[in-house]
Design a protein around this ligand. Structure first.
Ligand code: PBG
Length: 326
């Protein structure tokens, strides 16, 4: 490598055409997944206070939204369901006529080419808000697995293209894979929330999904944010159990983990740019403190540069609409 004055890195930054030619990282709508919150009723679009621009949508409105996302070039959505009723076992999660299966059927009609990913978890369906069955004040791992597998199967039967378990129980990828294979869905990919940290950045999501735990927190099943090596073990386990795509979550606080997973494993890596990351940008932009579009573009570029192939982000539609310089 030559040095100054022969080497002048600024030569390649002199104008936009040159900068474009040497740009290493690109963000395109085709790499993004838009999350949607589906609620009971008709004609419902209820704004989520902590996530300006995001609303809970009834099935009919979600189907309309999906048509416009598909027209704009967003390739995929991930669906979260808020059910009519909750109980202590989260039995609504596996209801073949539950909110997510109904949404899947309606969206499939409205936007046939859109990839439909479903979040598989019990927290939206349990009255206590935890991601599994509770015994003696803690989530009981093994009995939860069959509930998760049943939920994944209900989604598969209703037309999901990919199932995405987010509960962080040990062994759930294997349980879901076995159930899907046994029911004729060997072709259905699993995108596992493999390295999911117990993060304060999920706060606004819990308002949107109505899934705040009634007692305690999720630290006995989601990972300690301090642990990067353990994140790699979690990813290895999920791959071993049959995960096809591995996810790291949240995104910007975990760029090091995304990079490590990209380097260590030859599997597609997804990163979830979560609700709190969205809310912070919106709040600062509302006050005129930051340039929203540029901050979003830089954030998504950083997540891609760290090694994410796929980004799940509440800004997916904005990118597809050209509101984000990338
Ligand atoms: C369900 C789930 C959560 C998120 C995705 N799936 C919430 C949680 O674990 O508490 C968070 C997504 C976001 O914050 O945008 N378990």
């Amino acid at each position: 490598m030559s040095r100054f004055p022969a080497s002048r890195p600024r030569r390649l930054r002199r104008n936009e055409a040159l900068r474009r030619l040497v740009r290493e990282t690109h963000v395109a709508a085709g790499q993004l997944v838009q999350p949607l919150f589906v609620v009971p009723g008709r004609g419902v679009a209820r704004p989520v206070a902590s996530m300006p621009g995001i609303a809970q949508l009834s099935v009919d409105r979600a189907a309309e939204e999906c048509r416009s996302l598909a027209d704009l070039g967003v390739p995929a959505v991930v669906l979260f369901g808020v059910p009519e009723r909750k109980d202590d076992r989260g039995s609504g999660a596996a209801d073949p006529d539950g909110i997510v299966p109904r949404a899947l059927r309606a969206i499939r009609d409205a936007a046939p080419g859109l990839l439909l990913i479903t979040d598989v978890c019990l927290c939206e369906y349990t009255d206590h808000g935890h991601c599994g069955v509770v015994r003696d004040g803690d989530v009981d791992n093994d009995p939860t697995l069959e509930h998760l597998a049943a939920a994944a199967l209900a989604h598969a039967r209703a037309g999901a293209d990919v199932v995405a378990p987010s509960d962080m129980m040990d062994g759930r990828v294997a349980a879901i894979r076995r159930t899907l294979d046994g029911a004729g869905f060997a072709h259905l990919p699993i995108m596992s929330y493999a390295a999911k940290f117990a993060s304060a950045f999920y706060g606004p999501f819990r308002e949107a999904a109505e899934s705040t735990p009634r007692f305690g927190d999720r630290r006995s099943y989601q990972m300690d944010p301090a642990n990067g090596r353990e994140a790699l073990r979690e990813v290895a386990l999920d791959i071993d159990e049959g995960a096809d795509i591995v996810m790291v979550k949240p995104a910007l606080p975990c760029l090091d983990v995304i990079r490590a997973v990209r380097e260590r494993f030859g599997y597609p890596v997804a990163a979830y740019h979560v609700s709190g990351e969205y809310a912070m940008v919106k709040a600062a932009a509302e006050r005129g403190w930051i340039d929203e579009g540029r901050v979003v573009g830089e954030s998504l570029t950083a997540i891609r540069r760290a090694g994410a192939d796929i980004i799940i982000t509440y800004f997916a539609k904005d990118v597809a609409q050209g509101l984000v310089p990338t």
